[in-house]
Design a protein around this ligand. Sequence first.
Ligand code: ADP
Ligand code: MG
Length: 682
Amino acid sequence: MSLDHDPANQPLTVAPATAKKLEKLGIRRRFDLILHLPLRYEDETHLFPIANAPYGKPVLVEGEVIAHEVQFKPRKQLVVQIEDASGTLVLRFIHFYPSQLKQFVQGKRVRALGEVRRGFHGDEMVHPKTREVLPGDPLADSLTPIYPTVNGLTQPVLRRLIHGELKHLSLAETLPPELVQPLRLASFAESVRLLHAPTPDYSISQLTDPTLPAWQRLKFDELLAQQLSMRLAYRARRQGRASVIQGDGRWRSQLSANLPFALTAAQHKVLAEIIADLAQPHPMHRLLQGDVGSGKTIVAAMSALAAIEAGFQVALMAPTEILAEQHYLKLASWLQPLGLTVSWLSGSLRKKQKSAALEAMASGATHLAVGTHALFQDDVQFARLGLVIVDEQHRFGVGQRLALKDKGAEPHQLMMSATPIPRTLAMSFYADLDVSVIDELPPGRTPIVTKLINSGRREEIVAYVNKTCRQGQQAYWVCPLIEESETLQLQTAVDTHAQLSEELAEWGVGLVHGRMKPDEKAAVMAAFARNELQVLVATTVIEVGVDVPNASLMVIEHAERMGLAQLHQLRGRVGRGSAKSVCVLLFETPLSELAKARLKVIYENTDGFEIARQDLLIRGPGEFLGARQSGVPMLRFANLEEDIELLEAAKEWAPHLLERWPKAVEAHLDRWLAGREHFLKA
Ligand code: ADP
Ligand code: MG
């Protein structure tokens, strides 16, 4: 960029040790200091007489040290007594340095900022912030900003650095008045000045109000920078070249004829979007969204067939072996009867099988390759790769996406999310993709009743499983997730299976878990599908892909340990037939606040998009985005839920800016994302 000699982009002139600490805060260039905004504020503008200092909020008091001592009971602590004209106060320090003692020599004056509370021996402050003063030292005339920091970097140092740059750097407007005025944005310069150095007329509550125009401005700028960089990435991709894929429909119509169902209108709609993209001479990057059970797999299969009809190969990747294998089995069952070759590639293949698969892919004999990360490896070559389908795209990193691109001419990409992505995330972090949504479930699904039950009532639940089987229905029993140990999890499943086999002696009780050999697993699943087994005990391997419409009861043990997406996936295994379905979530008390929040959401909602939205509220975007977050700039100030209006405005304005004010775009991106936008080119 041409802005390299802009002082804003110059590296910091600080000691290397300080630079290292600043780097941890993401501060590399001078302007980064300006964008390092306070977390909160402290009020050191007003002194309270000790006797009148209110409880329960931070207050500043000043007094003379009348005594200090180090006590050893109940634990080592420094206790200081200060006095002003109105009364005395105890300052208590559990952690202190010997050097601190010097500050509290009798007769010295100190100011202490903290919350006063009633202690055993009168009023006290625990761990106040203290400073030695001389009589009559002036008070701060405005609120003190407190910044996010790291160990060893003090607030005064940060403040000095930031305030220095506020004086020296240009805070000129990056955006044209044609945008600033209709959106009624506060000026950038005034906004950062106010937040870093508030004028005396602002209170703490005003300054920390997210609707304060200064915060709104910074949030908007941040969201706009995100939208601009996403759109630029989108544009760059549209300039890339990819094969034009136009199949004649012969395999698709054959598969349709073989299917026991017809596609829903929603499936037809998204498929049409995908087919139209494939016919373009630039690479598709489309995200296929749909709730659990909405039928994404058949859409993926039809898309693959379109590419195969046109003479291209297709690769489908899933992040885990189990998921990949389920896709393989399903797709092979659809494509092999058409005479097409489906290859399987995973890390656990024996050498001979692996080289056979590799050869088939390289020679072009393979029509569709299904696998795990193994498909990314260097030894994998395709003769004519036209389309890549990635399931659970958020689990794959940018680097991996790149590796695949290098395999030939750039292939089209279809990404699928196993669980819905909330609209706000799709609008922001996924704005570089085109999105198709399957917004309708296949017909014939019945609503699921969810019950939250304390695990103390396990016996009743076993009786309920019994009753369900007597009515000719089947049940899943999902064993708890034990994160610390896979072996322990396996053991629990084996134990539960043994116990339920006794308790439900009338019925066939099967067991599946992740360590079984694929053919053993397949045999158990097939027996369950044929109703030779009525109860299936499983680890979370059945989270994905299992489809037995006659199963109408799902019991999940230790539901409090599972994430919302996982619970929603599991519950989606029932409700596929015509019988009324029930999902019993067994939980163990005491429940953490997080677990309580999650169980409430899953109990109250069945719509996956709503569950995803709540999940986002509970967890924040970081975890949600998974690997994607390493590729796109995170938001520091904007909050997707609170700031939806700003997000919408940024989304609306980004294309106009790109078209009419490219200089403004350059300046804005430079201010907000300098040095980071290269990630997006991936
Ligand atoms: P997901 O979107 O969760 O991946 P799947 O692709 O596994 O969903 O589909 C769920 C189930 O619905 C599968 O058994 C699939 O065969 C079935 N299915 C998909 N589309 C339809 C349809 N249009 N009508 C009836 N059943 C369908
Ligand atoms: Mg699926």
